[in-house]
Write a protein that binds this ligand. Structure first.
Ligand SMILES: [Zn+2]
Length: 343
């Protein structure tokens, strides 16, 4: 992406965040505001593989710099240190409190677009591995992040450029590092055996922020990784595919409904883009439709002599409709006592 495009995208981003609450978009309008280009996946950079820096040049924007490398390549850089006075690094900035925000969930916008990675800021997968334990409720306890297995002492990388807000030992988390990013997103890295950064430090994506371990409430070495917005945790798998180390989108459209321990990323979702562009009205209409359907649902407990054909006639429906509702085939044996949904 050229600089002109970056500016265009930033302007689109600003106009989106400014109008997101009042104005409802048509799909076409939404696509113009969140260009598909920035929704493309972003590969993780390979830590330690970067050419050394020869020089850094200023641009007319104090935050955007041009980095010239010794191998003749160059790239743009968003200088987070030059942003230290901006609101995102001042609001609720407490260096010894895990969650310094006091926002009410219902006061947060229906959706907010977070610029995670573009031509001026990069991404590094904190630890590329299959998720061992996902986000959400498990064994009657709320799991506010994902668990990623790793050997004791393995380097853990900052996911994005940002500023370290916490680096401390905290109860069940053990050694934890919390980084705030320019987008307002916070990422946390817990159970570390060692912390390599201090609160207030500026970090770049791919910097080693600590080493893997098992401190705090942990049954073996693993990285507990969290993503939070305004203090509310959401499933990090909305952002990243940890197995391939890919960021799903350069720009992430975070919906308020994701900020809940019951909102898990569903990998089978083929409608992910459609989901992104859906308006609040469409979202509510779908929830209402599902609620209505659930309220109208009828069940039948199988008794001796029941057949699918008999049930279809009795409930004024068809065998294939019953099969579809219950995920069975017409030849499935009807076990006595089984509850079937018939409507
Ligand atoms: Zn965990």
């Amino acid at each position: 992406m050229g600089k002109q495009q970056v500016i265009t995208v930033l302007l689109a981003f600003l106009s989106l965040t400014a109008g997101a609450q009042e104005h409802r978009f048509s799909l076409k309008e939404a696509e113009e505001l969140i260009p598909r280009e920035v929704l493309k996946p972003v590969k993780s950079l390979i830590p330690g593989n970067n050419p050394s820096v020869h020089d850094t040049l200023e641009t007319s924007d104090p935050v955007i710099k041009i980095v010239l490398c010794n191998d003749g390549t160059w790239h743009y850089m968003r200088d987070v240190a030059a942003m230290s006075d901006s609101a995102v690094f001042r609001k609720a900035w407490k260096e010894n409190v895990l969650n310094p925000y006091d926002s009410k969930l219902e006061d947060l916008p229906f959706r907010v677009t977070l610029c995670l990675a573009d031509s001026a800021s990069r991404f590094c997968c904190p630890r590329q591995v299959k998720v061992f334990s996902p986000f959400g409720w498990r064994r009657r306890r709320n799991h506010t992040g994902v668990d990623l297995p790793l050997a004791h002492g393995t380097p853990v990388y900052a996911a994005f450029d940002g500023r370290v807000r916490c680096s401390m030992y905290y109860k069940g988390y053990g050694n934890i590092v919390v980084i705030r990013h320019a987008s307002g997103l916070e990422t946390s890295y817990a159970h570390l055996s060692a912390r390599k950064v201090e609160a207030g430090d500026f970090v770049s994506a791919g910097d080693v922020i600590g080493l893997g371990g098992s401190t705090g409430r942990s049954t073996g070495p693993h990285l507990h990784f969290e993503t939070r917005y305004e203090g509310y945790a959401f499933d990090p798998q909305w952002l990243m595919d940890f197995e391939t180390g890919t960021l799903r989108h350069g720009y992430f459209v975070l919906k308020r409904k994701y900020l809940s321990n019951t909102s898990k990323y569903y990998p089978e979702s083929e409608d992910e883009e459609e989901e992104i562009y859906k308006t609040e009205e469409e979202d509510r209409a779908e929830a209402e439709r599902i609620a209505k359907e659930m309220a109208a649902a009828q069940y039948h407990t199988i008794k001796s002599g029941d057949t699918l054909l008999g049930l279809a006639a009795r409930y004024h429906t068809t065998v294939s409709a019953i099969c579809k509702l219950n995920g069975i085939s017409p030849s499935t044996t009807l076990r006595i006592g089984r509850k079937l949904r018939v409507k």
